[in-house]
Write a protein that binds this ligand. Structure first.
Ligand SMILES: [Zn+2]
Length: 376
């Protein structure tokens, strides 16, 4: 099942359950001055979470997000991205844990037909309410419900002890099990193990407290739901891939980069002069990173950010520069990132039909920046 279908199924599922389908906010947050780029689905709803009435109390989105904290990890792991899409459903003082859990389960097991036996869940250590819903209402065996602490299952992480003050609450995560053949192979391995056997696919946050100055948690009059599921990860799971970059969201771009290397190096593997290095495998991380960076750059420019020397523009400039360095290591010294824009437009034209009209302009902005970057 490809990402276009997953995105559509998700929004359709929640629309049928009376959620307003809200457009993705721009990567430049409209209503949240606390962040440089939109990092998650909930940011555009901060005022609704605080009780502001926008005329709807249920919403669902496919939000485009940008996170640059882990820029250097991108390409080296199976799931770090700068740009990604987050599927989310939200309740502003309307439904709460029971519906959020039941719908998440229904969507995964009935709509997407993921086997129940492949799914595990975690709940916050003190959240008996969520634990009992999973155990009694959904019927998950107790050994597959893991209780985790402040760091993993409270949002914001460790807010109870460290703050910030304001709305917060426990969360419950749903994990996909790739099976005992993947990861550490230890007898005792569960979602708290970071070996890669279990991947988190959906985080359900139950925003039910207001953390006060003295550190106490006061129940909120309006309890909220804020969920997030990474589309790239979901697509990978649905396609039986352990690495997000192996899905159709990235592969056509990666193929194009490999072709570019072939034209230049004549062997399709990149770095023709360095025969001692493992070929495709050794370079995959760089291909992954370039494909990731292309998406980040194209959607930043799409949202009106121009590469520059300050603020958001500086970050975009940095990402372009990183791609140029990777391309150079692969033997490509000419402007090239701009030639990949068309391929990305092909992949993303369903959710973003207007991307096609912007293709030339976006490629031109990248080309101009690449030229100046190649000077030093
Ligand atoms: Zn493990």
């Amino acid at each position: 099942m490809n990402a276009d279908i997953l995105r559509e199924k998700f929004l359709g599922f929640f629309e049928a359950r009376k959620h307003k389908i809200v457009e993705s906010d721009s990567l430049v947050p409209k209503d949240d001055p606390t962040v440089l780029f939109t990092p998650a689905g909930m940011n555009q709803f901060k005022k609704e979470f605080m009780g502001f009435d926008s005329g709807f109390r249920r919403a669902a989105t496919a939000q485009r997000c940008l996170r640059t904290d882990d820029l250097d990890k991108v390409g080296k792991t199976s799931a770090h991205h700068t740009f990604f899409e987050m599927l989310g459903n939200f309740s502003f003082g309307d439904y709460f844990k029971e519906e959020a859990i039941a719908w998440a389960w229904e969507f995964l097991t009935q709509e997407l037909k993921i086997g129940r036996e492949k799914l595990w869940v975690s709940v916050y250590q003190e959240d008996d309410e969520a634990y009992n819903i999973w155990k009694d209402k959904i019927g998950i065996p107790e050994k597959k419900i893991v209780r985790l602490g402040d760091k993993d299952n409270f949002w914001p992480a460790e807010a109870k002890t460290k703050g910030p003050n304001g709305p917060c609450g426990p969360c419950s995560e749903i994990f996909y099990d790739f099976g005992p053949g993947v990861g550490c192979g230890e007898k005792i391995c569960d979602p708290s193990c970071s070996c890669g056997r279990f991947v988190e696919i959906w985080n359900l946050v139950f925003t039910q407290f207001n953390r006060k100055e003295d550190g106490s948690l006061e129940p909120l009059p309006n309890k909220n739901i804020d969920t997030g599921m990474g589309l790239e990860r979901l697509a990978a799971v649905m396609q039986g891939k352990q690495n997000n970059f192996e899905t159709e969201l990235f592969q056509p771009i990666i193929k194009e980069i490999k072709l570019g290397c072939q034209d230049i190096n004549g062997d399709g593997a990149g770095i023709a002069s360095d025969t001692s290095r493992p070929r495709n495998d050794g370079n995959n991380g760089m291909f992954y990173a370039i494909a990731d960076h292309l998406r980040a750059v194209v959607f930043s420019i799409y949202d009106g950010i121009t590469p520059s020397n300050e603020g958001r523009g500086y970050i975009v400039r940095k990402i372009i520069r990183k791609s140029a360095l990777h391309l150079r290591s692969l033997g490509i010294n000419k402007p090239f990132l701009n030639t990949l824009v068309g391929q990305l437009v092909q992949i993303m034209h369903e959710p973003y039909p207007d991307l096609k009209d912007r293709q030339e302009d976006i490629a031109q902005v990248i080309l101009m920046k690449k030229k100046t970057l190649l000077i030093f």
